[in-house]
Design a protein around this ligand. Structure first.
Ligand code: ARG
Length: 296
């Protein structure tokens, strides 16, 4: 018994190291918004193969773990951790050139799912829909750079926070927008985000345009359809890096904390995810994943 538990832990550790080393994930994805398919994306890269090996090792570990009566979790799809996500949010979650969902939260969730003995199923959709999915029993968790807010706490449970973020203002070349005259502008945001909600609260809905995805928000800014964009700092930096005519103002609009939103009816899952997440924070894994994507 004891030996099996040790073996399970050892295998889990090997898997963590293997995943950290290759820095990739083998998450299944669906590209279409709202569509929730079970099709695992074809794993092509060598990194994915390594991740698969790790996952296979973990299967053995979780089998053993069950024998020693470790966590038995109920999820909406048995054996799976179904996660709703808006994959327009680099470096937390975005589609890479081959259409796989990659990023900080994908790596963290891959480790969490594997340590819980669940297969990670990521469903890609608009941010609004991703928040709704976890409230309607269509996903176990929403993982999307979700800021903890009091309103959201009413409809989902939040894990502990694993990082902070800042709402910043993105402007085009030659812009005269400042934090002080923000109320005179037409502000582009992603619908349902804190940027959208705060700007509507502060300046009224006439001053705010909500788009389904950040790809569309940034396109609107480049086209001159909005005067500026309010969005999360690291993500803003990723989009500005791709679009050199844009820049980020040096002022902070709001400071926030990211966490994962969990189905309010599944407190066992919340506890289990928190246990793994906190271990990954304490041993430095989360920070090292963040450092792989964000250099500062
Ligand atoms: N942090 C902001 C919020 O919670 C924006 C999150 C948007 N996430 C995304 N994957 N598009 O409202």
């Amino acid at each position: 018994m004891k030996l099996k538990k040790l073996l399970a832990i050892a295998l889990a550790l090997v898997m963590v190291l293997a995943l950290c080393a290759c820095g990739s994930s083998s998450s299944s994805t669906t590209a279409d918004s709202s569509a929730s398919t079970d099709t695992a994306a074809a794993d092509t890269s060598a990194a994915d193969t390594a991740a698969d090996d790790a996952a296979a090792a973990d299967d053995t570990a979780s089998d053993d773990a069950e024998e020693v009566e470790e966590t038995e979790l109920t999820t909406i799809n048995a054996g799976k951790l179904t996660v709703s996500m808006s994959a327009d949010f680099p470096p937390y979650e975005n589609l890479d050139d081959s259409g796989d969902i990659v990023g900080i939260e994908v790596d963290i969730m891959s480790l969490i799912a594997e340590q819980l003995g669940l297969e990670l199923q990521i469903d890609d959709m608009d941010f609004d829909s991703a928040l709704l999915a976890v409230q309607q029993g269509k996903s176990d968790m929403v993982v999307s750079g979700v800021t903890i807010t009091e309103e959201r706490k009413l409809v989902m449970n939040f894990t502990d926070s694993y990082t902070t973020a800042v709402q910043v203002i993105v402007v085009p070349e030659g812009s005269e927008v400042t934090l002080d005259n923000l109320g005179d502008q037409l502000i582009g945001t992603q619908r349902g985000t804190t940027g959208f909600i705060y700007c509507e609260d502060d300046y009224g809905s006439d001053h705010v345009v909500g788009y389904d995805s950040y790809t569309l928000v940034i396109q609107a800014l480049l086209n001159g359809q909005v005067d500026c964009v309010v969005m999360d700092d690291s993500v803003a930096r990723a989009y500005v890096a791709e679009n050199p005519s844009l820049s980020i103002l040096d002022t902070e609009y709001a400071v926030e904390e990211y966490a994962f939103g969990v189905d309010k009816n599944n407190t066992a899952l919340l506890d289990a995810v928190n246990t793994v997440l906190n271990a990954l924070i304490d041993d430095g894994t989360v920070q090292s994943i963040i450092d792989q994507y964000i250099s500062e």
